[in-house]
Design a binder for this molecule. Structure first.
Ligand SMILES: [Mn+2]
Length: 308
């Protein structure tokens, strides 16, 4: 499939790259790595996002095209999602395109398009994009290497999560000479906007525990939309409390309670979230529940209690 996708991409002159809404480091890094590689081959490529890049990633200097409803693209490739609805308002670009492909590493329920590479053993979409770039024959330069490095380090939490493999390290090792590692890691993992520090300290101070401290729960019922991206790692923060095996973060978004779940070992986050219509990876998954906040939370925690 990798070969097929590379051949297809090489036959095109203009490609839009899409990724999931509220893009994280993997979504952005794998998208921009692919853009830079395609441009090296003389193919016009744009990353199209719902919104401008969030402040966490301003340091990259990456510039996406911001979606507007007049946009149309004949050719689209999606990275880091396998359900087109995950791209938010960009879903129409995907639906209306003539040629569409997806490269993804989430557990997959249904094939979203004909040209579809799905490998849930990959730690990050960036690992698959790395292989795709090699297949395309584009030479990896500093811009591409940095984007891939950000992608893989983000989805593996700096090679600390259970999804990290020997292959992850091998790929990173091949990139490392081209990347300003200490700068990138400081920007990814250490630098915190003051607003994020304030918000997360407040939410963490209100953490609740269930099941003898095995389940840590952080909740944000009244969250301003512009603050949402500051709280991407809240479920990890809950999981990091000594004795916790499950970390969960509930936040209200419109009429939906969004759930972000992190688990240890055999506690299958993807399975738990799929019973609420969501999905993801074995130890990191999410879902949305259309119920009042307290009710959604109670129902989800009741399900978690079965796993401990
Ligand atoms: Mn990913």
């Amino acid at each position: 499939m990798l070969k097929k996708i590379a051949q297809k991409l090489k036959s095109l002159t203009d490609i839009a790259i899409l990724t999931h809404e509220n893009p994280d480091g993997d979504a952005l890094g794998s998208s921009f790595a692919l853009k830079f590689a395609l441009e090296k081959l003389g193919i016009k490529a744009d990353v199209v996002l719902e919104k401008p890049i969030n402040s966490d990633f301003e340091f990259t200097g990456w510039t996406p095209l911001v979606y507007d409803e007049t946009m149309t693209f004949e050719n689209v490739i999606g990275v880091d999602f396998n359900e087109p609805t995950r791209t938010g308002t960009c879903a129409s670009l995907f639906e209306n395109a003539k040629i569409k492909a997806i490269v993804d590493h989430h557990i997959c329920k249904a094939e979203p398009c004909e040209i579809f590479l799905s490998d849930h053993t990959a730690a990050a979409a960036g690992e698959l994009v790395f292989e795709l770039i090699n297949e395309l024959g584009a030479e990896i330069d500093t811009n591409i290497a940095t984007a891939l490095y950000i992608s893989i380090m983000s989805d593996t939490g700096g090679c600390r999560f259970g999804n990290t493999t020997a292959k992850t390290h091998t790929i990173l090792a091949s990139l490392i000479g081209l990347v300003d590692v200490s700068y990138v890691c400081r920007m990814l993992f250490d630098i915190t906007p003051l607003r994020k520090l304030e918000l997360s300290s407040k939410l963490i101070s209100e953490i609740e525990f269930y099941g003898d401290g095995k389940i840590g729960v952080i909740s944000a019922e009244n969250l301003a939309p512009e603050d949402e991206h500051y709280l991407n790692d809240m479920s990890n923060r809950a999981l990091n409390v000594e004795g916790c095996q499950i970390g969960v973060f509930f936040k209200q978004r419109g009429d939906i309670v969004k759930v972000s779940l992190r688990t240890l070992g055999e506690i299958d986050a993807a399975k738990i979230c799929s019973s609420f219509g969501g999905g993801g990876h074995k130890n990191a998954a999410g879902c949305g529940i259309s119920k009042p906040f307290a009710e959604a939370k109670e129902e989800f925690i009741r399900e978690l209690m079965k796993w401990i």
